[in-house]
Design a protein around this ligand. Structure first.
Ligand SMILES: *Cc1c(COP(=O)(O)O)cnc(C)c1O
Length: 836
């Protein structure tokens, strides 16, 4: 704590300040002290921002409680239709500042803390990120939760409460080292355990047929090893609207009667081991952003999520409606976030047929009318498959159901294309081969009424390529929902200076209706407005510099006037951080040759985590460090060029980074990035994109106009046409700049004491089979980077482009995305919660 008054201090003012939500400052101070002293047992001698943060969060949570209950009651009493979002990941980040913003109490609370001698900034920074996700997909789920509450839609988020979230990345000798993220170690004030809503999840065992008195056959799944799913609820407040929705995360807990026999037989240690095994299910988030590697524990996690969530929904249904499922379709809708939870299709069938005793046809009609599937990737290796043998062992009843679904489905396909065996083979849910596999994406499509991609190009490629047979059979199922991000977190909260300028200029309606930003367009020519805009950007850049300097042991030549060129995202070959480095090396060569007069100083910032098992991605991180070491320590380079790696990229890091970017790199191989959402956050904060025609870039460029976007590279169609006769060696031979870059890399200039360590990287980009075709886009990338500098030199014009990017980012609000999901898929009516 900066000032030494803390708990002892008297508040400066005894007048109650009423905020918009009727929250009184003095009450707040009293509650805060109460929690700090009595609940946490701290006094004025303990000046810990962490415990102060916990006490404050408790006080805020209390204020959410009434609204939370009221929202719950409103939904219950109206009997409204609801949607359930099933996702293996929620990358929530920090909660405190977002909760204050959405409750409209930021100023009141900041003042209250100030009166106590506490810096709000410090409290905010002491909160751990909730890192229950890998990247874009998990962050999307988190943004969706925010906007469902803001739009007052009755949506429950279902996920897993991983004990360990996304690993913490530290760098040792230029290499990534993973540290476990035990984010729950000190507890989590935002969650509430709800033991009373636990469910039993079955694994293993076998199935038995049983005929009842009426001669009807039933399947029993017996001798199972059960695990309890215990829910933990987190409140999700809407933006200043009184609604508080629920995110329900499941924790695996051993059942109490667990292995009683073993206990009795004196095998105490064995029984405890088995208990731990059961609880392993929700121990750790798998840190792979694109490919899952068929681990049994991962399948357990997926089934655990699907079964617990569906049982929860059905238990709620039968509480109100008994065994009558007539209106179930009318009232319920499930959204599957990627193929990860798609076992839900088979699980809903099991619950309806085996446990609720509906007929197969009734159950299938319900399943197919309530499930909707979002696909997030075109990378074939990321489409999950599970060995039939594994499923038979782990989930025998589910495997039977999948075979049965497939038999009916194959009949449907044959009826449509008689005798087309090749097509049957392609479309089947079961892939034949040495080892039979279940294609989870096919199960999801067959069992859903809606299949969507996450940007126009992506949805189009799903229809034309990946799922073309399915599109031919059911064109009406397919649709597009371009992603969005929440402007509350990604502009209002993370860039308050810019947000204030915008509000001062066009009013505050943009916070919930981002298309309002369009009004900024008419200020793009206004010199006074531009000046203020630029000053805010410069201040954000300066904050990044100060932060970096504080963290760095070596002297950094950071210059606030340099072009801040940022690429932060997971490290993956398709995202092409390598292309970025080739450009940096090219600039370095220009400087060393004295060819830099016309150019602009540039600070290149790269950040991101590599999947721990992804050797190539880890090598890319190492290369960035080695190149950066050579460049940053060369006095001849000075501040003309700086390359920095930002360790441990995560949500709270992104909140600091995106206000300070001038240029944002979204340079994936065309046709590979489903959407991208980093690009949207940067656009909102006035960065200009350099990018390929990939994912949401295409729509960003459409909105902002081609003169305010730096386009380069082959299109998706050109990439595919080029693939057969791709010859990177001859491209290198014909391009002097590229030749020099490759020569320097191969010469070992960046790894003088580590011979050969980058050979794999060099071989991969010079191979004619390089799937990401990095070399093919080098020339146009370099050329466009040069025009970026020309544009940047005219600061006035650059500022105008920056304003126009922000002004045209309205489409990329998650509010717009959600309204589309709701209009075309969920069809929910907003419910306004009433506080008594
Ligand atoms: C937005 C975001 C992402 C997604 O970034 P892309 O550039 O779309 O890959 C990943 N991680 C974090 C922490 C984010 O905030």
């Amino acid at each position: 704590m900066p000032r030494n008054k803390f708990i002892k201090s008297k508040p400066k003012s005894s007048i109650f300040i009423l905020s918009e939500q009727g929250i009184k400052k003095q009450n707040f101070i009293d509650d805060f002290k109460q929690y700090y002293v009595h609940l946490l047992g701290r006094d004025e001698n303990c000046r810990s921002p962490y415990y102060a943060g916990v006490a404050l969060s408790q006080a805020i949570r209390d204020r959410l409680m009434e609204r939370w209950k009221a929202t719950h009651k409103t939904y219950k009493e109206s009997g409204c239709r609801r949607a359930y979002y099933l996702s293996m990941e929620y990358l929530m980040g920090r909660t405190l500042s977002n909760a204050m913003l959405n409750l409209g109490i930021t100023d009141t609370v900041t003042q209250a803390m100030y009166d106590l001698g506490i810096e709000m900034e410090e409290l905010i920074a002491s909160e751990q990120d909730a890192g229950l996700g890998n990247g874009g997909l998990g962050r999307l789920a988190a943004c969706f939760m925010d906007r469902c509450a803001t739009l007052q839609l009755p949506v429950i988020g279902y996920g897993l409460r991983y004990e360990y979230g996304m690993f913490t990345q530290i760098i040792v000798n230029g290499e990534q080292v993973e540290k476990p993220d035990h984010w729950l170690r000190h507890g989590n004030v935002w969650e509430i355990e709800r033991l009373e809503y636990s469910h039993r999840i079955k694994f293993g065992g076998q199935t038995k047929f049983q005929t009842n008195a009426k001669g009807k056959q039933r399947v029993l799944w017996v001798d199972t090893h059960d695990v309890l799913a215990v829910p933990f609820d987190t409140p999700i407040p809407g933006y200043k609207n009184g609604t508080v929705n629920t995110l329900r995360l499941w924790k695996a807990v051993a059942t109490e009667d667990f292995n009683l026999d073993e206990f009795n037989a004196g095998e105490y240690a064995e029984a405890v081991t088995a208990k731990i095994a059961a609880e392993n299910i929700t121990m750790v988030l798998y840190p792979n952003d694109a490919n899952e590697n068929g681990k049994e524990l991962r399948l357990r996690q997926q089934y655990f999520l699907a079964s617990a969530s569906l049982q929860d929904v059905i238990a709620h249904w039968t509480d109100v409606n008994g065994k009558n499922f007539e209106k179930f379709i009318e009232k319920n809708c499930f959204q599957l976030n990627d193929t990860h939870p798609s076992i839900a299709v088979a699980e809903l069938m099991r619950l309806l047929v085996d446990e609720q005793h509906l007929s197969w046809d009734e159950a299938w009609h319900i399943t197919r009318s309530t499930m909707a599937y979002t696909n997030h990737t075109l990378l074939p290796e990321a489409l999950e498959k599970w060995p039939v043998s594994l499923m038979q062992r782990l989930l025998p009843r589910l495997m039977q159901i999948i075979f049965e679904i497939n038999a009916f489905f194959m009949a449907e396909v044959s009826a449509h294309w008689p005798g087309d065996l090749e097509r049957l083979r392609r479309m089947s849910i079961i892939e034949e081969g040495d080892q039979q596999q279940v294609r989870m994406a096919h199960l999801a499509i067959v069992g859903s009424f809606s299949v969507n991609g996450v940007a126009q190009l992506h949805s189009q490629l799903l229809q034309q390529k990946l799922f073309t047979d399915f599109f031919a059979l059911w064109p009406e199922k397919f649709n597009n929902k371009t992603n969005g991000v929440t402007p509350r977190r990604w502009l209002a909260a993370c860039n308050p200076e810019l947000a204030n300028l915008i509000t001062e200029t066009i009013g505050n309606r943009w916070v919930t209706d981002l298309s309002e930003l369009k009004k900024l367009e008419s200020y793009a020519e206004n010199p006074h407005f531009r000046k203020r805009w630029r000053a805010i950007k410069q201040a954000a850049k300066q904050r990044m510099i100060d932060y970096k300097k504080e963290k760095s042991e070596v002297e950094l030549n950071l210059n606030v006037d340099a072009l801040f060129d940022v690429q932060v995202k997971r490290i993956h070959e398709y995202k092409r951080q390598l292309l970025n480095i080739l450009h940096v090396i090219h600039l370095y060569i220009c400087i060393k040759k004295g060819n830099f007069e016309e150019r602009v100083p540039r600070c290149v910032l790269i950040g991101g985590k590599a999947a721990p098992g992804y050797a190539m991605a880890k090598k890319i991180i190492k290369l960035i460090h080695n190149v950066s070491q050579v460049i940053n320590s060369d006095p001849e380079v000075g501040d003309k060029l700086v390359l920095l790696f930002l360790p441990d990229y995560r949500v709270s890091a992104m909140e600091k980074i995106c206000p300070g970017a001038d240029l944002h790199e979204q340079i994936s191989t065309a046709g590979k990035e489903a959407s991208g959402t980093g690009n949207m956050k940067f656009m909102m904060n006035g960065a200009i994109t350099i990018g390929t025609l990939d994912g949401a870039n295409i729509e960003i460029r459409e909105e902002v106009g081609d003169e305010n976007f730096f386009l380069f590279g082959l299109t998706e169609a050109e990439i595919e046409a080029r693939r057969d006769h791709y010859d990177p060696i001859s491209i290198i031979d014909q391009d002097e700049d590229l030749q020099q870059v490759m020569h320097l890399l191969k010469s070992g200039h960046f790894n003088q004491f580590e011979p050969g360590i980058f050979n794999d990287l060099i071989n991969s980009i010079t191979s004619p089979f390089d799937p990401w075709m990095t070399i093919a886009d080098f020339r146009s990338y370099i050329d466009v980077q040069k025009s970026v500098e020309n544009a940047y030199r005219d600061q006035d014009h650059w500022t105008k482009m920056s304003i126009l990017n922000c002004a045209n980012s309205g489409k990329f609000s998650s509010d717009r995305t959600l309204l589309e999901y709701n209009r075309e898929i969920w069809k929910l009516k907003p419910q306004s919660a009433k506080l008594k």
